[in-house]
Write a protein of this length. Structure first.
Ligand code: GLU
Length: 510
């Protein structure tokens, strides 16, 4: 592949970026990096009606958080600036003139009312109205009207749009890296508007002009743009420009059954569909984000990479560098990719496991600090916190789970789980605990192993049975039947605190 690989992610700032958009950005990024190319962010903000002011900032923040920054684009210097379409109007004006001069585009003066009437009349006759090769001859445009009439109307300042003059009786051949070859009969297409009456280009026109101007080599985008491909390819032909290669990515589907995963689904189905939390400017409605839900960006990206692509091996955990090395468009599937919440959590768990204890302590601290103001039995230095984290991290999916899993390392239980109590605390338990206290008291080197040895030996000698002793012992230290190895807990909180908790449970439950 040539070394001039240039790809772009070209979102419209109409709201927060859906995770499908992040996946499109990711595949563009991976493809660019794999081939030593350039990843560009272009903001396609020609649709003024749907423009949302904080969307652009959101998009950039989302890409940065995901760890897939762009090389060229809005806010960065670049040879092809500006990268916001609203700042490129002169470029589009120049190019649309070329198409008109080449007779590939024409002025259409039909008013919205006239078009509505046409539509109605067609409907009444059981037909659908299409502004196409046949009907254009009967409508108000620079093909049907005389040259003089057209000049007059333009001079007068009559309102017009500019339409593409779709060729008749031709076949457009399309090639897509993911979908293979397709062909379209031009007679099934209508004359799409390229320039609106407000002098602003439509998506199609601005998009292909920019892809050409910015020397884009590969267009990698969502499947919803596949129906536009024929028009885009015809536009390149009309300009006599070399078209980029195209790859249309499969849709992201809802977890159950069919149907596109929509922006609304997140709140309905109970998982985020946005990378970052988003507050709607108008309604103040807040939508969840992966970042705020506690996902690591590495886990989020790894999960997204697998929604529509697979490496062809058993390996599932990929760092970004590994994804770059393994990625290819040929391994992107044609069929829709089902979102899977369990799998998403699984990825997060795997990345949780890869964090070192020191990293986890850093991440845990902000969650821990608010609790450390209350009653404490010792000073919890970093060494202590590190040991705690090493004992519980296996059970955590998110950093925010750590406090619930670890609270008893910092505070004595303030209540005893009723179900566990019923199971663990019998009539003779208080007496057993009194005796166990002695064993604990007499364990001088207070390590997990020596406590375990002494306690187990005593259990055997006194023929008590492990459950009878170890269940209330755990209940006294933890307040429930949860937590790591009970002797690890005792060793870490120390002899004094262990005995104090045992005294307390005897007092409360006897
Ligand atoms: N602005 C389009 C979008 O919002 C870009 C489509 C394309 O990549 O060509 O998805």
């Amino acid at each position: 592949m040539s070394n001039n690989i240039r790809v772009r992610f070209a979102p419209s700032p109409t709201g927060p970026l859906h995770i499908g958009g992040v996946r499109t950005a990711l595949y563009n990024y991976l493809f660019a990096k794999k081939h030593g190319g350039t990843f560009i962010l272009r903001i396609e903000d020609t649709d003024q009606k749907r423009y949302v002011t904080n969307a652009e900032k959101y998009i950039i923040e989302a890409l940065n958080w995901s760890g897939i920054p762009f090389d060229e684009g809005v806010g960065k210097e670049g040879k092809f600036a500006p990268y916001r379409q609203s700042e490129r109007k002169d470029i589009y004006k120049k190019h649309i003139q070329t198409l008109i001069d080449k007779d590939w585009a024409y002025y259409a003066f039909d008013t919205p009312e006239e078009l509505a009437t046409q539509r109605k009349q067609h409907e009444a006759a059981g037909k659908t109205f299409s502004y196409n090769q046949v009907l254009r001859k009967t409508l108000n445009n620079s093909i049907s009207l005389s040259k003089d009439e057209v000049s007059k109307r333009l001079d007068k300042g009559d309102s017009y749009v500019i339409r593409f003059k779709t060729p008749q009786d031709e076949t457009v051949y399309l090639t897509d890296i993911i979908r293979g070859d397709m062909k379209i009969d031009t007679n099934t297409l209508d004359d799409k508007v390229l320039f609106k009456s407000d002098g602003i280009p439509t998506y199609h026109f601005a998009n292909i002009v920019d892809d050409h101007e910015m020397e884009i080599s590969h267009v990698i985008r969502g499947e919803e743009w596949l129906p536009s491909l024929a028009l885009h390819v015809m536009l390149y032909k009309a300009f006599e420009w070399k078209a980029p290669e195209f790859a249309h990515l499969p849709l992201l589907l809802k977890p159950v059954g069919k149907g596109k995963l929509s922006k609304r689904d997140g709140d309905k189905l109970g998982f985020p569909v946005f990378p970052l939390e988003y507050t709607n400017e108008k309604t103040n409605e807040v939508s969840r984000g992966y970042r705020e839900d506690g996902y690591f960006p590495e886990a989020f990206i790894n999960m997204l990479a697998f929604l529509g692509w697979n490496p062809g091996t058993e390996q599932e955990l990929f760092s970004l560098e590994e994804l770059v090395a393994a990625f290819s468009l040929e391994r992107v599937s044609k069929s829709g990719a089902k979102f899977d919440l369990d799998k998403t959590k699984w990825f997060q768990q795997q990345y949780m496991k890869t964090k070192s204890d020191a990293e986890l302590v850093e991440l845990f601290n902000p969650y821990l600090e608010p609790h450390l103001g209350g009653f404490m039995f010792t000073d919890f230095n970093t060494e202590y916190r590190t040991k705690v984290v090493s004992l519980i991290k296996e059970r955590a999916t998110f950093v925010s789970d750590l406090w619930d899993l670890a609270s008893f390392f910092f505070l004595p239980p303030f209540e005893y789980d009723p179900k566990a109590t019923k199971k663990a605390w019998k009539e003779d338990t208080a007496e057993i605990m009194q005796n166990l206290k002695e064993v604990v008291e007499n364990t001088h080197s207070f390590t997990s192993d020596s406590i375990e040895n002494n306690v187990k030996e005593w259990i055997k000698e006194s023929e008590l049975g492990f459950g009878k002793v170890l269940m209330p012992f755990r209940l006294s230290l933890v307040g429930s039947m949860q937590g790591p190895h009970v002797f690890d807990i005792a060793a870490l909180i120390g002899k004094e605190e262990t005995l104090s908790r045992m005294n307390r449970i005897i007092k409360e439950l006897d």
